[in-house]
Design a protein around this ligand. Structure first.
Ligand code: ZN
Length: 58
């Protein structure tokens, strides 16, 4: 079974990492608007994924 949520979560993580690695405006403490957007997408998917993991363990 394809795990769509997990894949989207991993893709969002990769997108955020690669942006952070190449963007000169993003630092450890500050993000440019695009970096912030990518981080929020990643954070939202991570929360959804972890919540689902918890649900399944019950
Ligand atoms: Zn950036």
């Amino acid at each position: 079974m394809a795990d769509d949520l997990y894949e989207r979560y991993q893709n969002a993580y990769a997108a955020h990492r690669s942006h952070h690695g190449t963007c000169t405006a993003c630092t450890d403490t500050e993000r440019c608007p695009e970096g912030q957007r990518l981080f929020e997408v990643f954070a939202r998917l991570q929360t959804a994924y972890l919540n689902r993991q918890r649900e399944q363990r019950r």
